[in-house]
Write a protein that binds this ligand. Structure first.
Ligand code: PLP
Length: 405
């Protein structure tokens, strides 16, 4: 018989979202017909802008004609899309051939681990988006979960006490550092000077940063960096991962990209860009052409304006949520609210309480589903994440209920 990939033996059960679903079901069983509103998951809810959907549909109909048909495309994506992404998001500092088009950020985060093998050291922000840790465990880059995290992974607490920017001195030399800004789940955005510290640390200590910028378009404060490549020195120490999922509602369409600068090197001096090209050609076969034409449509002037207005809609939801959880009833419970207006997540701390207990209490009293912060790592304990992805009327209704929490 064939042995199981030993990484799977180390992986703890996927706990967070199945457990949320279980508790929700249990609540419904004892309160039949109750209308629960979910502000729990990070899934987009608003329709695609029509100008973007129409270009995809035109392209699809073209595929039904002799002239318009095309089969496999370039493994790295349409040249026009790679160039347009470079021009719109990285003007003057990244070239089109450093951009690789994919089927989404999560898939790229998984593939990127194949570049470094199973012996690489890993450091993550704590709390963090689960794929950084779970993917590392599957690839064998971590050991068993000893209850306070996986052996071999350095957890860097990102908490109010350090303004959500970690103590870098905890990171070992030659580590892969996963870093997400604007952050899921905390909503925190690192400043330019913070990212400069991160980049300098990485360059001095042989580290590579995997920078997840999936929420960059939610940044409204012009002084905050939207890309790691805005920081001097980043071209020798960083890979950026991004996606159309959150800004354009492409969670179901599936389209993302990675940026690997040509200067990035391994310890032996060989080129990461070259290996990444090889991975994309070998393990991936190019993103959907329909999605890529959708991506091009997003980056035309009307598409960019449409994306911005959908994000504004979610940011308005977030502002409504923030105002609610800053209310007297939350303050009386000791709640501390963290939200700067640059992400779709409001992060709320209930000092001395367990995240799951707060989750249960809110579900029970308000019939609103949130996400327990502890599900994102030990550093998320005592917090809950409230998501602004939802129809405005549902958010307003949920907030009315929370006002009497
Ligand atoms: C939603 C999300 C992504 C996007 O993943 P896709 O696979 O592109 O849909 C990536 N990173 C973070 C932190 C996210 O929350």
């Amino acid at each position: 018989m064939i042995n199981r990939n030993s990484g799977f033996q180390n992986l703890s059960a996927g706990y967070l979202f199945p457990e949320i679903a279980r508790r929700r079901k249990e609540y419904l069983a004892s309160h039949p017909g109750a209308k629960i509103i979910s502000l729990g998951v990070g899934n987009t809810t608003e329709p695609l802008p029509e100008c973007i959907a129409r270009k995809m549909s035109d392209y699809v109909l073209g595929l039904a004609t002799k002239e318009g048909y095309s089969g496999y495309g370039d493994d790295y994506g349409l040249t026009s899309l790679r160039e347009r992404i470079a021009e719109v998001f990285y003007p003057g500092f990244i070239s089109g051939d450093e951009v690789f088009i994919s089927d989404g950020a999560k898939c790229d985060i998984a593939r990127v681990q194949t570049l470094f093998g199973s012996h690489v050291r890993v450091a993550v922000q704590d709390p963090a988006y689960p794929v950084y840790v779970d993917g590392s465990v599957i690839f064998g880059a971590a050991g068993k979960n000893n209850g306070s995290g996986y052996e071999g992974i350095t957890y860097m607490p990102c908490i109010p006490e350090n303004n959500f920017f970690p103590d870098l001195s905890k990171i070992q030399k030659d580590s892969l550092i996963y870093f997400c800004s604007p952050n899921n789940p905390t909503g925190a955005v690192s400043t330019k000077s913070d990212l400069k510290k991160l980049v300098d640390f990485a360059n001095q200590n042989g580290c590579i940063i995997i920078f997840d910028a999936a929420y960059r378009e939610f940044i409204r404060d012009e002084s905050l960096p939207k890309s790691i490549f805005e920081i001097d020195g980043s071209r020798t120490c960083a890979i950026e991962i991004n996606s159309f999922s959150k800004p354009a509602g492409f969670t179901g369409v599936r389209l993302g990209w990675s940026v690997v600068p040509k200067e990035l090197r391994y310890a032996d001096g060989s080129s990461v860009h070259q290996d990444w090209s090889r991975i994309m050609a070998t393990l991936f076969n190019g993103a959907s052409n329909v999605a890529q034409y959708g991506g091009l449509a997003c980056l035309e002037p009307d598409g960019l304006a449409a994306m911005r207005s959908v994000i504004d809609y979610y940011l308005e939801n977030a502002a409504i949520i923030k105002k609610t959880v800053e209310g007297d009833n939350f303050r009386a419970r000791g709640a501390e609210v963290y939200f700067t207006g640059n992400s779709p997540y409001v992060w709320v701390k209930f000092p001395g309480k367990k995240s799951w207990d707060v989750f249960d209490e809110i579900l029970d009293k308000c019939r609103v589903v949130t996400t327990p912060g502890s599900g994102f790592g030990p550093g998320g304990e005592s917090f809950i994440r409230i998501s602004a992805f939802g129809h405005k009327e549902d958010v307003v209704e949920a907030c009315a209920r929370l006002s009497s929490f």
